[in-house]
Design a protein around this ligand. Structure first.
Ligand code: ZN
Ligand code: ZN
Length: 160
C-alpha cells in the first residue's frame, strides 16, 4: 500500500507523522489520511465525519478502516476520544505532551474547540494558585495542565 502513497496529495501533518513513527508504527495511507483530517479540523469529529471527508478524495477507503485507525491512534495516545453523551464517540488530536499548559473551550453542540492562549492575568494567577494548593495537598509536583471548559459557543447560542 505504501508504494501508492502520493504524499503531495495528502495533507501534511509532521507532528502526527512523528508521533506515529515514534511509537514504532508504520505510516500507512489510512493513518495518514485520518491524521490529516484531524490535523486540519477545528474541533471534535466523529468517525463518520472523518470518513466522509476522506472519501471525497479517497473513495476506496472504508468506514471500518477509519474506525480501526482511530481506535489504534487513541490507544497510542495520538488522538483523544470524548463522548458527549449522544452515544457517538468523537476524536481530536491529543495535546502535545511538551506544552506547559493548554486551555480549551469546547462547544457541546457543534464540537468546535477554541484553544486560547491570550490569558488574562487573573486567570494565570488563579491557575498558579490552584497548582500550588494541589501540589501541597497531594505532595504532587505538577508540571503541566490541560483545562477544558464545556458549553455553547457564540454561533450555536445565536441559533437557539
Ligand atoms: Zn494554564
Ligand atoms: Zn457551537
Amino acid at each position: 500500500m505504501d508504494e501508492n502513497c502520493n504524499r503531495r496529495l495528502i495533507p501534511c501533518c509532521m507532528n502526527l507523522e512523528g508521533g506515529i513513527r515514534n511509537r514504532g508504527l508504520r505510516m500507512t495511507i489510512p493513518r495518514q489520511l485520518v491524521a490529516g483530517v484531524l490535523d486540519t479540523a477545528d474541533g471534535y469529529l466523529s468517525a463518520d465525519e472523518i470518513y466522509t471527508r476522506i472519501r471525497e478524495d479517497y473513495p476506496g477507503i472504508g468506514l471500518a478502516t477509519v474506525y480501526r485507525t482511530l481506535v489504534l491512534l487513541d490507544e497510542m495516545g495520538i488522538v483523544n476520544r470524548y463522548n458527549f453523551g449522544d452515544g457517538c464517540a468523537r476524536f481530536i488530536i491529543a495535546e502535545e505532551q511538551t506544552s506547559e499548559h493548554s486551555h480549551q473551550l469546547v462547544c457541546e453542540k457543534c464540537f468546535k474547540v477554541v484553544k486560547y492562549s491570550d490569558f488574562v492575568k487573573d486567570e494565570l494567577d488563579l491557575f498558579r494558585r490552584v497548582e500550588s494548593v494541589l501540589s501541597e495537598k497531594h505532595g504532587f509536583e505538577i508540571n503541566r495542565h490541560i483545562v477544558q471548559f464545556y458549553g455553547i459557543c457564540p454561533d450555536c447560542k445565536e441559533e437557539k
